[in-house]
Design a protein around this ligand. Sequence first.
Ligand code: HEC
Length: 131
Amino acid sequence: MELFFSERGDCFHCHVGPEFTDDEPRNTGLYTVYPDVGLARITGKDEDVGKFKTPTLRNVALTAPYMHDGSRKTLREVVEHYNRGGEPNLNADPLIRPLGLSEREVDDLVAFLESLTDTRFIANPALLPPR
Ligand code: HEC
């Protein structure tokens, strides 16, 4: 948790507030050339290529695979992407940069993401799909 909310981990500028999202379109440097151009499909602007709305992280351990195209199979793969600083991309958000986290710190961030699972919510019969 400390790492998530620190300048070193730097997750909290985008994954902010009780829903862990700023609801803003951002480019996280997932690709150098995005097969799906994201926001640019709607705006037609070059600067919007590869921008996708920051998703919530609530119950994220239950919603694999990850990113807009499901290209990351595990939370560890997602955190490793951030730790590397993503792929070179002109539209990448300035917050996306090599983080220099140790293996242990990557594990710590994954553990924090797993702790965002609300077991009461997912076990609530009133919220299950109708039978
Ligand atoms: C520049 C803003 C930004 C920063 C900084 C950022 N994220 Fe994200 N995060 C996003 C966006 C946008 C996506 C969706 C990207 C996509 O789908 O291509 C995302 C996706 C994710 C996902 C996948 C969620 C899902 O349901 O697919 C996880 C997990 C995640 N981020 C965790 C983190 C962690 C941990 C950090 C810090 C190491 C972090 N993020 C830093 C904006 C950010």
